[in-house]
Design a binder for this molecule. Structure first.
Ligand code: FES
Ligand code: FES
Length: 164
């Protein structure tokens, strides 16, 4: 079947999609959007998180056909040509919150969503929001630092100031 939808602000279509195919597979293998990662393919790790109509979802659990005529935003779509990286992406780099990077795309989308809803989250808010995103490398402290940094910058209006 053919699936037509909007990905990162652009109309796209994928052909020969089979009925059991996931949104994650379609994004990575058919549409050249490999940012979302496949770490478990069963909704356990959050590395495949994307926005679907503005809400974060595990793209490995969404059938490709379900996104017909809908809006998908992936980690690639957080950055834009005019402004470069999103402040959340920059904060993860500056805080040293990326090691192997497999979990990072999902954490970025989930953090982006959290800060849209709650610009000044408490540590408990952060832990709860990211509870579905597993990281095998960092021990999570650098990730917490990155979210706090992104929040501080968002509230100060400075997307690149490094807090020390
Ligand atoms: S790959 Fe989708 S939740 Fe792990
Ligand atoms: S940085 Fe490797 S899984 Fe998180």
């Amino acid at each position: 079947m053919r699936v037509t939808f909007n990905a990162n602000g652009r109309p796209v279509e994928a052909d020969d999609v089979w009925e059991g195919e996931s949104l994650l597979f379609m994004l990575r293998e058919r549409l050249g959007l490999p940012g979302s990662k496949n770490a478990c393919e069963q909704g356990e790790c959050g590395s495949c998180t994307v926005y679907l109509d503005g809400a974060p979802v595990c793209s490995c659990l969404v059938a490709a056909g379900q996104v017909q005529d809908r809006e998908v935003r992936t980690v690639e779509g957080l950055a834009d040509d005019e402004n470069g990286l999103d402040p959340v992406q920059q904060a993860f780099i500056d805080a040293g919150a990326v090691q192997c990077g497999f979990c990072t795309p999902g954490l970025l989308v989930q953090t982006h969503d959290l800060l849209e809803r709650e610009p000044q989250p408490s540590d408990n808010d952060i832990r709860e929001a990211l509870s579905g995103n597993l990281c095998r490398c960092t021990g999570y402290e650098k990730i917490m630092d990155a979210v706090r940094l992104a929040s501080a910058r968002k509230c100060s209006g400075n997307s690149s100031e490094v807090s020390r």
